[in-house]
Write a protein that binds this ligand. Sequence first.
Ligand code: XMP
Length: 510
Amino acid sequence: MDKILILDFGGQYSQLIARRVRAQHVYAEIKPYSCITVDEIKKKGYKGIIFTGGPNSVYDAASPHYDREVLALGIPVLGICYGVQLMAWMEGGKITSAENSSEYGKTVVQTDENLLFGNMPQKSICWMSHTDYIKTVPEGFQIIAYTEKCPCAAMCDEKRKLYGVQFHPEVTHSEYGKQILHNFLFSICECAGDWKMENFIETSIARYRRELTGKKVLLALSGGVDSSVAAVLLHKAVGSNLTCVFVDHGLLRKEEGDFVEATFGKQFGIRLIRVNAEERFLKKLAGVTEPEQKRKIIGEEFIRVFEEEAGKLGKMDVLAQGTIYPDVIESGKGDSAVIKSHHNVGGLPDVIAFDELAEPLRDLFKDEVRETGTQLGIPHELVWRQPFPGPGLAVRVIGEIAKEKLELLREADAIFREEVERAGAECCTSQYFAVLTDTRSVGVMGDARTYGYTIALRAVTTDDFMTAEWTRLPYEVLERASSRITNEVKGISRVVYDITSKPPATVEWE
Ligand code: XMP
């Protein structure tokens, strides 16, 4: 299988580049520039290398630089944005700052005839985002594209198969970006394009069948997409040697626990242990109002329950986890400020001894995990399930948690989701849910005064959940949800809609 290396210099689109490459059936992996040496690159047999963008100017001492030898390996390289400037700088070209004439956004680019620009018109729209540009190309290189403001929008040394573009072919605003990447992968790197999800499934099953023969595998199943796909994939490889522990902490949405049990236990015939631990979690959470404390308690208790169940099973050899590629990359990136301590059943436990770790999805992006899930026959509603936080409804009941409050929230949330889905509005929002606030307000029903809780409805639209817009749901959907919630859920007297984006708010309220 051909592999492309995305050498990451801190660009914001590195993951997007990898996804675009994989979308053309070529396997791509991202490595931070500081985590791989030229020798390692040589050994890994990459068919091509892409230098990503980055935030700096190549002349800053603190800027990411790389061993010049990488350009002499005979492996084709494509530099993007900072990546092309770095390539030029490494080879002795000159970079300058455009200062007042930096280009940002859609820009008309004129391209010359070249392998990189095959099958596209000479004039097209590309996405630019730069202040510095290449003033003098290095020896052996030629300029192959320019814009009104940028004399070198692309350069190449055809003989050495070194290419670079100042714009971003990976973003959809670049009209022929896909074609440019295609040209690099197939005309220049000569990739075969044989990376397919079916191959991935077959190879993984064969691999785990071989590596895990006779071993006992334990997996913490949350019912989320990642752990579900990992479970079904591993079950195909090791059958009854896989045991899934599903900790129902009593903080799940309406009927969710039963659905998980029915799907995995009955439909797939996976050995599933459901632990009903609601009482235990609620006891620990009694009187706790501080969000971080709630998260910590749930995270810790989760591990305790999991350990106890694992202990009852006797010696297990392998811990399986639904880690996916963005988790792997994220954890390789230094410290960023902790906004919330996300708890994931993926992050289990240091305390139990396992001989091995199996992470069948660690090379896949979320959309690839979903495709794998679909091909494995996992129900659509599970594969396309919206994200749900590990601490569950505990972070959607504001303030102190109580069983009755959870019940109110479950009902209101189910109605809201039903109304969004009935209107077909789920396709224009990324996550939609209800929150039970700790505010009570006066209402009137019939002739009587009511004094019930306020439910907040939240729907956000986002690509990556790092930033999010509040979704402009149709008024009719909000109206129906509000009316049904106040009529059908006794104890709720008011419904509000959250119109805050992230930042400054977060998606979840706690
Ligand atoms: P925030 O609230 O941080 O949420 O803007 C961003 C996305 O992450 C989900 N989320 C979590 N997911 N464990 C998870 O697995 C958690 O503890 C957690 N907290 C928030 C949230 O639902 C949204 O999709």
